[in-house]
Design a protein. Structure first.
Lengths: 878, 336
C-alpha cells in the first residue's frame, strides 16, 4: 500500500500512531513491510490457504462474532442434500461437467431451492460473458426463503459446511503450503480475532493485484468470509477495501468500460435470453428474491431514456432493441486474440498501454500490428502507438515496419488538470475536479473527443435509411458546449447521469424517484442524488474539521451519499449499537426511524421488528433485521449458492503455473478457469504434468512507487524516470548464489512465452521459503518499462500467458513460473530460439495442452501431457 | 553570549544576523520512523524549484538512485537495507524469531547459460541452517540542508550571495554567487554543491543548464515562506514524516515523539541536529533517526568549520603583533 498508494497510506500511519497494529502479508518485503509491525512473507498464489487457515482458526476456537453471524449471515441456512464439497470430491464441487469444465449450481442451492437456479444462460456461456461480474453489486439472486437452523448444529447448515470445508486448512498446512511458520501464522490469527467483535473492528485492505489470479474472485471471497465471521462488515473501522490501480477505476465499473455491463451494474443483454425489455428486466429482478433489484425496470428504463430521449417510449420498449447484445466472450483478451486472427479490424485505446501493461505483451503487439486502424489517445507517444517501429518483435523480425498495415492515429489527450469532471474512488466517492489550465495545442478531453466524434458520426448517418443506423440517429446527443474548442459541459453530463424529471428537468434526489413509465430519465441509477437539488454534490469541499467524523459533506458517495455500505449491520438485530464504541447507525424508537452518523443503508422507517408479509418480494420482503439489502435472502454470504462460476466456497487451487502439487486436493488448479489453448499461448507445465522443473522459480510482478503502471505517465517525465531509471529483477542472495547472478549485473528471465532482461537487484527483501519440504525461490519484477520514454527496458508482462479467472475474466498476472539465467538475453532471432528451446524441454510442442482436470474419473487426457521422447530423456540438471 | 562569540553556541540566527523583529525561526523536523520512501519530497522540490534531473543512473544502492544531496538534489531519500529484527519493525527489543528460513543459499556455482539446472526441487535445507539469518530492516530517511544556526557556508561566502533570511534559514542568491566554491568544503554535511554544466552530465545532451557553476542547495522554499506557504517537500509528504514549522515548536514535538517511541520500546530512536549546544548551534532542519547517524550517512558530530575562527583570528593577531613587534625590535636594533 505504501508502495502503490502512498497518499492513502498516510491513514495507516495515522492509525499506527494511535496504536493500531499493522500486519503486512506479501511475497516480497516492500515499503509497506518496512513500516508494518509485522511482516509475513508467503508463497505467491497461496492466499486462500493462508486466509482459509484463519477461517479454520476462527471456527475451531469458536471466535466468530456469534450474534452477528447468526442474525446477519447465511451461516444458519441449510444447503441441499445434493451438495458435495471439495473435501468429498478431491477438489471439485458437485455439479461438475468435465466436458465443458463448468458447474451446474443446482446442488449448491439452499435446501428446497435446487430447481430455482436462474436458467437464463447455459453454464459455459456464463463463463464466456463473465456473468459473475454482472453480479458485482447484485448479490445472490436466491429466493428469500431458506430453511434455517439458528443453533448452527444442522450438519448441512452453512456454518457446519464451512467448518468441514476448512478443517484441513490447519496452521501446519499453512506452514507447508505458504511457507509461513506456525507461530507467526498464529500471531496473525490472534491479532485479527482479538481486534474484532463488539468493541473492535479490523479492516482488510488489498490492492487489485490480489484479483489478478485464476482464482482471483475467490481470494476476495475468502477475505469476505473472514470479515463476516468476525462481524467486520457494515461497521466503522471494518470492511474490505480494494485500493484501485488508478484514479476512478471504481468509476469505470460504475459507468463501465466493460463489455458485459451497462451503467449501474445492469447486465448487458445477451442475444439468446433477452429478446425484449420484459425478459431482460425479469432476469435482473429475479422474481422471488428480496431487495432493491425489484425496481430494476425503473433503473433500466431510465437508462434507455437517457440514451434515446424522446425516441424512447413505452410503445417501443423504450428503444430496448437499440442496445447491442452480447453473444459470448468479448473480453479484452479474446479481442486481442481475434486481432491476431484477423477478426477485429479497428481498436480504440484511451489511457491504456497494453503493449506494456497487459498480459502476454507479444500477443498484444502482434494483435495491434494486424489491425486496419488503431486510435490511441494518450499524454505521450506510448508503446501501444509505436509498436510497429520499436517493439521487441522488430528485432526478431516478427513485425516488419514496412509491412505493418495498421494505420495508427495518435491523438494527444488533455491531462487531469486540463479538464473537469469527477473521479470515483474506492469508497464509491465522487469528487469533482476543476480544470486548472486550458489544454495546450491539440490536446483534448475525452468528453470533447467522444462528443464530437458522436456528433460527426450522427451527421454522416443523418440521411441514412438503413434500419441499423436508427440507434445512432435517435441518440439523444445534445450537450451544451462552450469556448473556442466547443468543450461540452461535464456538469451537464453529470446531471444526466444523476437523472431528471423529463417534464420539468428537475434533478432527481434519489434513485427511489426513478419511474418506469418514461417520466424520468437517468444515466446511472446508483449515481442518482449526486446532483440533488440542482447542486453538484460531488464538488463539496467542507473541511473535515468543520463537520462530523464521517464527513458526509466532502464529495458524494453512491448510493445516497452513504459512506459505509450495509451499515444496518452496525446495530444489533434490535437496532441498538453493538457497543457504544462502535455506534454508527441505530434505530430511534421515539422518532420511529433509523438514524446515526451516516445515511442508514435501510428503509428509514422500517423497524427492526418488521417481518415480511406472506408471498412478498423485492423491497417489501426485506425484514427489519436483514442488513444485506441487495442479497436475495438479505444475509451476508458466507456460502454463495449462485452467481459464481467456480464454486460456492473458496478452495485452494495452485496457480496455473506452479512448481508444486496442490497439497490439499487432487485437483491442481482452478478446473473451470478460462483458458485459450493456442500455440501462441503456451502455459508452463505444472504438476502432475511432467517437466515443471524446467521453470523452477516462482515469479510475481508489481509496482514501484516511482512509476505508474505501464509507465505512460512516468517514463516520459524526467523527475520520475531518474528515480527508477532501469528495469531490474529482484532476487534473494541465495538465488543469486545458485544462478551466479551479480548485484547490478544483468540477468534474464525465461518463460514459455518470452525472455526478458534486467539489472540484478540482490536483496534480503526477497527470501526463499521452505514449502512442502523444499526451498522455493521467488523472483520479483516491476512491470513499468517498455521501449519508449526517457528510460527504457524490457516489459515484465511479456512473460505471462493468458489464463483468466472464470468469474470476471481477469488475467493471472501475479503468479507464474520461470527460469533465471545470468547475463543479457539473446538478441535478434536467437531470442525466439531460446524460448523455443525451453518450450521443447518443457514438452510444449505440437498441439500439446496441459490437462486441466487432474482428479478422479474426470481426468482430462485430451492433449495428453505426454512429453516428447527427446525432452523426457533430458532430465533435470542436464 | 551573542556579543562574545556568535560563531558558536545557541543563538537566534535571524536576530544575530541583524533582523530587528524577525518572525519565528522556521525549519524541518524529519521523522524518519514514518518515512515510507516515496520520494515525493524529491519530486516536489525539483518541480517547485526548477531543479534539473540528476542523471538516469541506476546505482544499486537499494532504491536510492539519486545518490546524495548535491546541486541537483536538494532533498535526498536514503534507503538502508540492514539486518535487523524479525517481523517486528519497530516495537520491542530485538528478539530472535525462528522463521524456519534458510540462511544462505547453496554454495554451488550457478549453471552455465542455457542449462536446465533445476533450482528449487532438489535443494533441501539442512535443518541446522534454519533460522540463523537475522531478519531485515529497511530504513528510509529524507535528508536536506540543515540550515545551521552557525552556517559555515554563509560565513565563508566572499560575495554575500549566501545570506541569512528573516526566517533564520540560509539561502543562496543565484544572481550574486560567482561560483567560487568556498562554501562547498566549508559545509560539515557536504550539502552545498556547485551545479555542473551539461558537459559534465552523463545524459550529456547539450541542454542549457540553469545556474551552471552556481552554488545550489535547499532554500527551505524561501519564496513559499514569504507567501505563507509550506515548503514544497513538506507539502507533498504523505505521512508527515517531513514536518515544517517554528523550530522551537518542532523541537518540542520531536522530544515528545522520541519519548513516545521509547515508551513503545523503540529504544533506538534518537534525535539528530536538535541540540542548540551541538557543533553547529543546532540545525534548523533536524531528524529523528532509528540508528546511528553514520548508518544514514550523516556525520556523528558535525562542527561548523568556522567554529575556531575567533581563536584563529586571535592567534593570527597575536602572531602578527609578535611579528610586528619583532620587526620593530629588529629595526630598533639596527638603529643602534
Amino acid at each position: 500500500m505504501a508502495e502503490a498508494h502512498p497518499v492513502g497510506f498516510q491513514w495507516v500511519m495515522e492509525a499506527k500512531a494511535r496504536g493500531a497494529k499493522v500486519i503486512h502479508v506479501d511475497p516480497r518485503f516492500t515499503r509497506t513491510s518496512a513500516l508494518a509491525d509485522t511482516y509475513v512473507p508467503l508463497r505467491v498464489g497461496t492466499d486462500i490457504v493462508f486466509l482459509g487457515g484463519i477461517i479454520n482458526y476462527v471456527l475451531e476456537n469458536e471466535l466468530d462474532f456469534r450474534d452477528y453471524v447468526v442474525a446477519y449471515t447465511n451461516a444458519a441456512s441449510i444447503v441441499s442434500d445434493e451438495f458435495r464439497d471439495t473435501e468429498d470430491l478431491d477438489g471439485l464441487f458437485s455439479g461438475f461437467d468435465a466436458q465443458t469444465r463448468t458447474y451446474d449450481p443446482g446442488s449448491w442451492q439452499y435446501a428446497g431451492q435446487e430447481k430455482h437456479t436462474p436458467e437464463d444462460m447455459d453454464h459455459p456461456m456464463k463463463r464466456e460473458t463473465a456473468s459473475a461480474l454482472q453480479h458485482e453489486s447484485h448479490g445472490m439472486q436466491v429466493r428469500s426463503e431458506a430453511p434455517r437452523d439458528e443453533t448452527l448444529q444442522h450438519p448441512r447448515c452453512v456454518y457446519q459446511i464451512l467448518k468441514r470445508h476448512y478443517a484441513r486448512y490447519t496452521p501446519e498446512m499453512v506452514a507447508e503450503a505458504c511457507g509461513v511458520p506456525v507461530e507467526q501464522f498464529l500471531d496473525v490469527c490472534r491479532a485479527w480475532t482479538s481486534s474484532s467483535g463488539r468493541d473492535r473492528t479490523t479492516a482488510l485492505v488489498y490492492s487489485v493485484g490480489w484479483t489478478q489470479h485464476s482464482v482471483g474472485v475467490q481470494y476476495i471471497r475468502t477475505g469476505a468470509i473472514l470479515q463476516l465471521l468476525l462481524g467486520n462488515i457494515g461497521r466503522p473501522g471494518g470492511g474490505i477495501l480494494a485500493l484501485r490501480g488508478h484514479a476512478s477505476i471504481q468509476g469505470s465499473t460504475d459507468i463501465p468500460t466493460l463489455f458485459n455491463l451497462l451503467p449501474g451494474y445492469l447486465p448487458m443483454p445477451n442475444v439468446k435470453d433477452h429478446t425484449n425489455l420484459d425478459d431482460w428486466v425479469e432476469a435482473i429482478q429475479h422474481p422471488g428474491a428480496k431487495g432493491f433489484w425489484g425496481e430494476a425496470d425503473a433503473y433500466g428504463i431510465n437508462l434507455l431514456k437517457a440514451y434515446w430521449g424522446d425516441a424512447a417510449t413505452p410503445e417501443n420498449d423504450f428503444c430496448f432493441d437499440y442496445l447491442p447484445r452480447i453473444s459470448g466472450d468479448h473480453g479484452t483478451y479474446r479481442t486481442v486474440l481475434d486481432m491476431i486472427d484477423g477478426k477485429v479490424k479497428g481498436y480504440f485505446l484511451l489511457g491504456q498501454n497494453p503493449a506494456v501493461g497487459s498480459a502476454h505483451g507479444k500477443a498484444q503487439r502482434l494483435g495491434m500490428a494486424n489491425l486496419d486502424w488503431l486510435v490511441v489517445r494518450d499524454l505521450f507517444e506510448i508503446e501501444s502507438a509505436t509498436f510497429w517501429k520499436d517493439s521487441p518483435e522488430i528485432e526478431t523480425g516478427e513485425i516488419v515496419p514496412e509491412e505493418c498495415g495498421t494505420e495508427v492515429f495518435l491523438l494527444p489527450a488533455a491531462s487531469h488538470v486540463e479538464k473537469e469532471g469527477t473521479f470515483t474512488q474506492t469508497q464509491r466517492m465522487l469528487q469533482w475536479r476543476e480544470k486548472a489550465l486550458n489544454p495546450v495545442g491539440d490536446r483534448r478531453s475525452e468528453l470533447w473527443f467522444f462528443y464530437h466524434l458522436g456528433r460527426l458520426v450522427k451527421e454522416r448517418l443523418a440521411r441514412s435509411t438503413d434500419d441499423k443506423d436508427r440507434p445512432v440517429q435517435d441518440l439523444a446527443w445534445d450537450y451544451p458546449v462552450s469556448g473556442p474548442l466547443e468543450e461540452p459541459s461535464a456538469e451537464a453530463v453529470l446531471k444526466e447521469i444523476n437523472g431528471y424529471e423529463v417534464e420539468t428537468g428537475r434533478p432527481l434526489s434519489s434513485y427511489t424517484e426513478m419511474r418506469s413509465d418514461g417520466s424520468t430519465a437517468g444515466g446511472c441509477w446508483i449515481y442518482a442524488g449526486v446532483f440533488a437539488d440542482g447542486v453538484n454534490q460531488a464538488a463539496r469541499r467542507k473541511p473535515g474539521k468543520d463537520q462530523s467524523w464521517v464527513a458526509p459533506e466532502w464529495g458524494w458517495a453512491w448510493p445516497s451519499n452513504r459512506r459505509i455500505l450495509y451499515n444496518r449491520a452496525s446495530a444489533d438485530p434490535e437496532g441498538r449499537p453493538w457497543s457504544e464504541r462502535k455506534a454508527y447507525v441505530w434505530w430511534d424508537e421515539e422518532k420511529g426511524e433509523w438514524t446515526g452518523h451516516d445515511v442508514p443503508d435501510f428503509q428509514k422507517n422500517k423497524p427492526p421488528s418488521y417481518r415480511k408479509p406472506e408471498d412478498s418480494e423485492g423491497v417489501d420482503a426485506i425484514e427489519g433485521d436483514d442488513p444485506f439489502i441487495m442479497q436475495g435472502d438479505g444475509k451476508g454470504a458466507l456460502y454463495v449458492p449462485q452467481g459464481l462460476v467456480d464454486g460456492p466456497l473458496p478452495t485452494h487451487y495452485e496457480p496455473v503455473e506452479s512448481p508444486f502439487r496442490n497439497p490439499l486436493y487432487g485437483q491442481q488448479a482452478n478446473p473451470s478457469r478460462k483458458q485459450y489453448d493456442r500455440d501462441d499461448n503456451p502455459m508452463n507445465p505444472s504438476p502432475p504434468e511432467e517437466h515443471s522443473e524446467v521453470f523452477p522459480f516462482v515469479f510475481t510482478t508489481s509496482r514501484l512507487t516511482e512509476h505508474h503502471t505501464a509507465g505512460g505517465m512516468s517514463r516520459f517525465l524526467e523527475h520520475l524516470s531518474e528515480l527508477q531509471p532501469e528495469m531490474f529483477i529482484e532476487v534473494s542472495p541465495a538465488l543469486a548464489a545458485e544462478r551466479g547472478l551479480e548485484h547490478m549485473g544483468w540477468c534474464h528471465v525465461v518463460t514459455a512465452r518470452a525472455a526478458i532482461e534486467g539489472r540484478v537487484m540482490v536483496t534480503d527483501r526477497l527470501k526463499p521459503l521452505k514449502v512442502e519440504g523444499r526451498v522455493v525461490h521467488q523472483v520479483w519484477l516491476p512491470y513499468h518499462w517498455g521501449s519508449g520514454g526517457l528510460v527504457t527496458g524490457d516489459s515484465a508482462n511479456d512473460l505471462f500467458g493468458i489464463t483468466l479467472d472464470p468469474n470476471v475474466l481477469i488475467q493471472e498476472t501475479k503468479a507464474g513460473t520461470c527460469d533465471v539465467l545470468p547475463g543479457r538475453r539473446p538478441r535478434g532471432a536467437d531470442l525466439p530460439r531460446l524460448v523455443a528451446e525451453y518450450r521443447r524441454r518443457a514438452g510444449l510442442v505440437g498441439d500439446h495442452h496441459a490437462p486441466i482436470v487432474t482428479v478422479g474419473d474426470h481426468v482430462d487426457v485430451q492433449g495428453g501431457g505426454q512429453p516428447t521422447d527427446d525432452s523426457s530423456e533430458r532430465g533435470p540438471g542436464q | 553570549m551573542i556579543g562574545h562569540n556568535s560563531l558558536f553556541g545557541p543563538v537566534d540566527p535571524a536576530h544575530d544576523a541583524g533582523y530587528d523583529d524577525p518572525p519565528k525561526r522556521k525549519g524541518f523536523f524529519t521523522d524518519t520512523s514514518i518515512c515510507i520512501g516515496c520520494k515525493a519530497c524529491e519530486v516536489a522540490c525539483k518541480e517547485w524549484n526548477d531543479v534539473p534531473e540528476a542523471g538516469f543512473d541506476m546505482l544499486g544502492s537499494s532504491y536510492d538512485n539519486s545518490h546524495s544531496l548535491n546541486a541537483d538534489q536538494w532533498r535526498h531519500v536514503t534507503f538502508i537495507e540492514q539486518p535487523g529484527r524479525t517481523g517486528e519493525q519497530e516495537r520491542g527489543p530485538r528478539r530472535p524469531v525462528d522463521l524456519g528460513l534458510p540462511t544462505v543459499g547453496p554454495e554451488e556455482v550457478g549453471p552455465e547459460v542455457g542449462s536446465v539446472e533445476t533450482g528449487g526441487p532438489e535443494v533441501l535445507l539442512p535443518d541446522d541452517m534454519e533460522g540463523e539469518k537475522p531478519d531485515f530492516r529497511w530504513l528510509m530517511s529524507s535528508d536536506v540542508c540543515k540550515h545551521c544556526t552557525h552556517a559555515a557556508c554563509l560565513d565563508v561566502c566572499p560575495t554575500g550571495s549566501l545570506f541569512r533570511t528573516e526566517f533564520g534559514t540560509v539561502v543562496v542568491q543565484d544572481d550574486i554567487c560567482n561560483g567560487c566554491g568556498y562554501c562547498v568544503p566549508a559545509c560539515p554535511y557536504g550539502v552545498i554543491d556547485r551545479r555542473r554544466g551539461s558537459g559534465d552530465n552523463k545524459s550529456g545532451d547539450n541542454k542549457v543548464v540553469l545556474n551552471e557553476g552556481i552554488a545550489q542547495k535547499c532554500t527551505l522554499c524561501y519564496d513559499r515562506l514569504r507567501a505563507d506557504q509550506k515548503p514544497a517537500c513538506a507539502q507533498a509528504c504523505p505521512t508527515e514524516s517531513i514536518q515544517f514549522g517554528d523550530v522551537e515548536e518542532l523541537r518540542r514535538r520531536a522530544d515528545e515523539r522520541v519519548a513516545r517511541l521509547h515508551e513503545a520500546g523503540v529504544m533506538d530512536a534518537r534525535l539528530y541536529g536538535n541540540d542548540p549546544n551541538d557543533g553547529v548551534g543546532g540545525a534548523g532542519a533536524f531528524f529523528l533517526l532509528l540508528d546511528e547517524p553514520e548508518v544514514y550517512g550523516l556525520p556523528p558530530d558535525p562542527v561548523v568549520s568556522t567554529k575556531d575562527l575567533p581563536k584563529m583570528f586571535n592567534r593570527a593577531t597575536a602572531a602578527a603583533v609578535a611579528m610586528l613587534a619583532g620587526a620593530a625590535v629588529s629595526f630598533l636594533g639596527r638603529r643602534r
